[in-house]
Structure formats: structure tokens, C-alpha cells
Design a protein around this ligand. Sequence first.
Ligand code: H79
Length: 432
Amino acid sequence: MDSITRWFTEARFGMFVHFGLYSVPAGLWKGETMGRGPYSEWIQLQANWPHGIEGAEYQALARDFNPTQFDAEQWISELVNAGMRYLVITSKHHDGFALWPSKVSKFNAVDATPFGRDILGELKAACDRHGVKFGLYYSHWLDWEHPGGGRAHESEEFLPGNLWTTQPSDEQFETYWQGKCLPQIAELCDVYKPVLFWFDTWGENSVPYITERRMDDLICLIKERNPTCLINSRIGTWGHSKGDAVVDFLSMGDNAFPERSIEQPWETSGTLNESWGYHQLDFGWKSASELVENIIRTTSNGGNYQLNVGPTGEGCFQPAAIRRLREIGAWMAANGTSIYGAGYAGLPDQKWGRITAVATENGRRLYLQVTKRPASGEVTVAGLTKLPKLARDLETNEVASIFQLSVGEDLVVSLPRHGSADSLPQVVVLHF
Ligand code: H79
């Protein structure tokens, strides 16, 4: 495993950011809630339902894009305080709008807006100051600004009559691919040197466009410029004869958690509420304890959690986002040793929660992640082949009494008092 892959698998927790023109209307178009779907970044297809918004009218949003409150230092400070180790930001989402001064297309944050600042550049500099790794999302299949870019498909979700469901021909797509996608990726590699690219496809509809040849060319272009840059499976590996072997890590579906350990490095990206981009009417916030449990879920199965923030059109994190990030961060500050560099323990499912494992010089440590504390205050650990020498609460160091009813039986751990009244998971470390 090369050092950047090792870094990725040890980091375990990163921040995803969806920020772009859609952050300005934020789910409302001329006072009307956009049509179906909770994702504000899809407003170009979902407003004026079922028609969508004309390209020129949507793109004119650039004139209102002026996030004067944007402060890269503040964003990255929140990221660091949350216990996150890396950033992945939407350099260009499906609408085709670039957050950097691209020489390839004037449809970008510097040339097309009153704001006129290089958002990626400022974030990259803040990441460098804080030792945070910098990654980029890039919508390589869908691009609703370029005439040859990928479109959505008419389906149950998109009725006939939607402006954005007519597919480009292969020739048209090739003009987008050669004229915008590849040159922008080259630019991003050269100027911002991301540690990873997060590409985005799902389902079968991308396969005719994201062909094996195109994937190979894209991967080659990136690796020639930056051999250590990591690439995710949502580049479209199901359309490649070599499958996931051509990429460096797997990306699950949105908010989808596999219930088994996976050998190849992987991550799940998830939302704080329902939309990725800021949506004024999205009140479906997850609780801090659910979010911490998601970190435990991914870590215990050997993966990363990439938690999304959708900053407002002014460039701010919402108070509801900040409160959750800080609660997570407080838990990570005390319990991060059970997450960073930790992974699958190879033990059966436990009724009271999950187990993460860290390799040590002379064996390993196990961390009992008690997400469902039993009223008895006791948990049993099934499947241990060796008995621990010591068990203690990771936050308080209070020693836990452990016993076995008889040889070969499950280990019983009497949970230390700490955590009993707390809604965030209690962690008990077992030293062997
Ligand atoms: O960037 C975020 C999403 O915009 C993008 N990937 C994440 C990381 C994504 N978009 N769609 N999907 C992932 C899955 C498919 C969703 C769809 Fe729909 C269902 C497309 C059309 C129907 C959601 C609901 C979007 C519009 C309505």
C-alpha cells in the first residue's frame, strides 16, 4: 500500500462540501419550492416542474453569486475541530459551474461572478496551513452547461417535457469530453494538486458515455500528472472490464452503509440533512449521535465517512451544521484513538454496538463502541480468542471490571459509569 492510500485508510473522516450557483436559490425558484427530490443542486432540472430552467436563465445566477461571508480559514477550522482529516469540494457540479478561474470555460467563480475570487485556491491554501488534505469532486459525466455534456434520463423522476433529458450523441459528448472535461481535470491536477478525485456516476445511464476508453484516458491523464492521486469507483467502474481494479477506492451510494467489511479502501458519503447543496427548506437534520454512529459504522467495516456540508449562498455554514460538527468534534477529541487508523475487528455483530480494532506492536487493541447501552450496564463480547488484560473507559480512564462466566464463554464487561447519561457512544478499550 503506498503512503497516500495508507493515509486515506487511516484518516477515516473527511468533509464533503457542495457549493455552487445552486447555493443561491437554495431549493426555491421564484418563490416556489422546486419539484421532486430533496437535492438543491438539481434545481436546474427540478424548478418549473416538470420543465426545468432554461440554460441561459440558470447560468445568469452567476451574476448573483457573491458569497461575501466566505472565509476559507473558518471552513477549515470547523473541519479540523470536527476531527476531519480531509476536504472534498465540488470543483464543478452537474450545472457545469467551476469554482476556480478555469482557462477552459468562463463559466466560473472568477470570470462570471461579481465575487471574482478563486474559491479552490483559498481553500487549498487554508488546507495547507492546517495540514488538511485537499480533494476534488468533479462531475465528469453530467454537465448541463456544455452542449455535449451528459443529461438526466427521462424516467419516473423526470417526465417528458423536461428541458434536460435529451441525450447528447456520442460525437457531441466527445466534444465535451475533449473540450471541457479533460482539459479542466488537467488544470485542476496542475494548479491544485488534489490528493484525490471524487467522480460521480450511478446506475446504468452513464455507461454509454463513460466508456472504458474514456475512463482509461481520464485515469491516465491524472496519474501522468500526479501518480499518487487517488480516484474513486464512481468514475464508472461498472462500465469497465477491469471493474474496481482500475481505481484506488470505492465510493458507496449516497448515505449507503455496507453491512460487511470490505478489503479495498472505501468511503461512504453522507449528508447532515437531506440535500447536498444548501436548501432553505431542508429541516431533516440528523442528530449528532446518529452522525457519530455513522463514523463508527464505516470505521468498524474498514471504511471512511465523508460528511457533507452545504454552505449558504453567502458562504456560511448554517448554525445547525456547526453545532453538529462541534459535537462530533468533541467526541472525536476524546475518542479519536478508536477511529483514526482503526478498522474491522473480525468479530461477530454485537447487540450493544460495534467494535473497532487497532493493530499494536504486540497484537491489537479493541474498542467497544457502545451505541446502545443496555440498562444492566453490562455488555458481552462474543468471539474473543484471547482475554484482555485490562478494560477501561477511553474518555475517563475508569477501569471496567471484566469476567467470564466460564472458560470459552463470552466476555462480560461491566461498563464504567461514565457515559451512562450521555447520548453519544461510550467507548471502552480492551488491552491485551
Ligand atoms: O452530488 C450529490 C448528488 O447531486 C449526486 N451525487 C451526490 C454526491 C447524485 N445525484 N443523483 N444521485 C446522486 C443519485 C440519483 C438521484 C436521482 Fe434524482 C433520482 C436523480 C433523479 C432522480 C435526486 C432526486 C436528484 C433528483 C431527484
